[in-house]
Design a binder for this molecule. Structure first.
Ligand SMILES: CC(C)(COP(=O)([O-])OP(=O)([O-])OC[C@H]1O[C@@H](n2cnc3c(N)ncnc32)[C@H](O)[C@@H]1OP(=O)([O-])[O-])[C@@H](O)C(=O)NCCC(=O)NCCSC(=O)C[C@@](C)(O)CC(=O)[O-]
Length: 269
């Protein structure tokens, strides 16, 4: 599998199946211009197709993870020849939403590394990851209200279950800035670490050593939790387990435990 090459996103896949995905527009703090939107969608599509990706570490090159939407055209009249990004739909969501929700839809877990600033659209992209590791001094904000807007990159769907309702309202209504340290208290960061990239890589390495079929099933179940009823979830767990049970990878998990040796899993079909 070859990954798309461009000046906005780089992907390096390790032999262990950990994809290092990096936003590479450091001179603009990885702000989201149209080329960045296309590059993120392209990267996510390629990672989705690759069978040998077991975990993804998503980070930003330079001083920051992402300073949000590129503001350089804010205030300029709309270009009549260019359909707004929000009018370009992909399946059940528009392009804006896809750059955040695509990470949730990837079969492999995604760990986002939040350092420097993580504002607006950057916050929503990070929220699409399964796990977020923040630097203690990271600067974060759900910033849209500053520009007279509301979050519309899938944020509300992603924050459900992550952030308390009243906390989310306050963060959206005021666009108040908060630190990586506070993000953990608020539910927006999983862990705080002075070296968030290293911590994310360590978690990804552990995930990559687990049964990839079970990891993907666990991610599907985690995603489904918010859309299904309790009864539907009981059924979903049971269906996923039956599909994994006694497959070669599950038997390898059992044998490696019994024989006290590292497991050697094959990539899922
Ligand atoms: C980030 C700090 C604090 C750094 O502040 P600083 O450390 O003083 O650095 P700086 O301001 O000199 O920034 C470094 C370079 O990055 C550029 N830069 C930096 N951010 C952006 C940006 N967003 N768009 C375009 N360029 C940006 C900035 O223009 C500059 O470029 P240079 O002048 O050297 O060529 C400051 O630059 C800043 O406040 N930037 C604006 C942040 C912002 O308001 N982002 C938009 C959030 S709203 C949003 O994302 C909308 C959306 C998509 O979520 C709505 C929806 O949900 O649909």
């Amino acid at each position: 599998m070859t990954f798309p090459q461009n000046d906005r996103v780089s992907i390096i896949l390790s032999d262990e199946g950990v994809a290092d995905v990096r936003l590479t527009r450091p001179d603009k703090m990885n702000a989201l211009d149209p080329a960045m939107f296309d590059a993120i969608i392209g990267a996510a599509a390629a990672l989705h197709q690759a069978k040998n990706v077991r975990a993804v570490v998503l980070s930003g090159e330079g001083r920051s993870f992402c300073a949000g939407l590129d503001t350089s055209n804010f205030g300029a009249p709309a270009d009549p020849d260019r359909a707004p990004l929000t009018e370009r739909t992909y399946g059940d969501s528009n392009l804006f939403q896809q750059v955040a929700t695509a990470w949730r839809k990837l079969p492999a877990p995604v760990i986002a590394v939040l350092h420097g600033v993580c504002f607006g659209g950057g916050m929503q992209i990070a929220s699409g990851a399964d796990i977020r590791i923040a630097a203690p001094d990271a600067r974060m904000a759900i910033m849209e209200m500053k520009w007279g807007l509301v979050p519309d990159m899938g944020g509300y769907q992603l924050w459900r279950g992550m952030v308390r309702d009243d906390v989310l309202r306050e963060l959206v209504y005021t666009n108040r800035e908060f630190s990586g340290e506070e993000a953990q208290t608020l539910g927006l960061a999983t862990y705080v670490d002075p070296d968030p990239l290293e911590r994310a890589r360590a978690i990804a390495a552990t995930i990559a050593q687990r049964n990839p079929n079970a990891i993907q099933a666990a991610k599907r179940l985690s995603n489904a939790m918010y859309d299904k009823t309790g009864t539907e979830m009981l059924m979903a767990e049971s269906v996923e387990q039956q599909a994994i049970m006694r497959t070669p990878n599950q038997m390898e998990a059992v044998m490696s435990q019994m024989q006290k040796r590292p497991a050697n899993f094959v990539d899922p079909e």
